[in-house]
Design a protein around this ligand. Structure first.
Ligand code: 13P
Ligand code: SF4
Length: 308
């Protein structure tokens, strides 16, 4: 089958089955192009709660589809790439949070949304990179905080808010490779460019980066908004490389320079056009969360979604 035939068939099946396709900005360009909604982790969670489709085909990694299943229990959630995982989600378990709670009964656990349903079930409030600062600022100062699992995002929040937090030791294997030296080298090559950095990056909490006047820390959707609104013509992009597909589509007259050609999330690339078609044809792979865990995991997500 050619790509055009696959896309036609996907469109037809979507209509017949009342399905919607949600995709993260890190998926392959051809997958982004067939999505009904393209977004970052926060946008995708919000969209999963709004859609009235019967089926959600979630083009992303497992924790994202699981989050959709927690938010929309009445929908059938399909993940085209069944084995698409995430180094952050795999770095912590519910057991470890339970143990921390036992030792810190008044402590508050803030979990990045890049976690399993089981971890969310032991969480007080979730956050994404788009709302992490507001979430932490909403917690009364007399509570001890454990922030899991991303040590870089956590260290950046700690720096910006001045709030003491215990951090977990997880990292995103893609953003962990983005160093201060990489950013400084690229900014020497492109001195006029704004530098848009994801807070999961290794360098996100380094003074040398925080003091750069042309550097901005953003979730993926934040970068896309910044590039569209800015008068600048060049942008250094310090996040997963496929974000540049959307940036270029929205701003054909602007230049986007990847901070490094290897900032690639192989897990997100497991979703292909063929696997999306197969997912729709066979209604596979269904992502489900046991109802008792789902109810517990929904509470911290709901709290997060209420933060404006
Ligand atoms: P955002 O979608 O919040 O930008 O997070 C990036 C990411 O790594 C998702 O897996
Ligand atoms: Fe996980 Fe990093 Fe890939 Fe996002 S980019 S899914 S955080 S490994």
């Amino acid at each position: 089958m050619t790509n055009t035939e696959i896309i036609d068939r996907i469109r037809q099946l979507k209509k017949e089955k009342n399905a919607v396709i949600l995709a993260h900005y890190y998926t392959r360009p051809e997958v982004q192009d067939i999505a009904d909604y393209l977004g970052d982790s926060l946008g995708l969670s919000q969209e999963a709660g709004k859609t009235d489709a019967r089926i959600i085909v979630f083009c992303g990694v497992h924790f994202m589809a699981e989050t959709a299943a927690i938010i929309s229990p009445d929908k059938k959630i399909l993940i085209p790439a069944s084995g698409a995982g995430c180094s952050l989600a795999e770095s912590i378990t519910g057991y470890e949070l339970r143990e921390w709670k036992k030792a810190n009964p008044d402590g508050i656990i803030v979990s990045y949304v890049n976690t399993t349903a089981e971890v969310k079930a032991w969480t007080d409030i979730c956050c994404t990179s788009a709302n992490a600062l507001k979430v932490v600022q909403s917690i009364p100062p007399d509570h001890k905080i454990l922030f899991v699992p991303d040590k870089n995002l956590g260290a950046w929040i700690r720096k910006v808010t001045g709030r003491e937090m215990e951090l977990w030791h997880g990292d995103c294997c893609v953003h962990e490779r983005i160093t201060t030296d990489m950013i400084l080298e690229k900014s020497r090559d492109y001195p006029q460019a704004d530098i848009l950095i994801h807070p999961e990056s290794h360098c996100s909490h380094d003074e040398a980066i925080l003091n750069l006047p042309q550097a901005y820390m953003y979730s993926t959707a934040g970068m896309i908004r910044h590039a569209s609104r800015s008068d600048k013509k060049q942008f250094i992009i310090a996040t997963e490389i496929e974000t540049i597909h959307k940036l270029k589509n929205d701003n054909p007259d602007k230049e986007f320079i990847p901070v490094h050609p290897k900032t690639i999330c192989g897990q997100m690339k497991k979703v292909t056009l063929e696997s999306v078609l197969e997912a729709l044809e066979k209604e596979q792979y269904v992502v489900e969360v046991a109802e008792d865990i789902r109810q517990r995991a929904w509470a911290p997500i709901e709290k997060m979604l209420q933060i404006k």
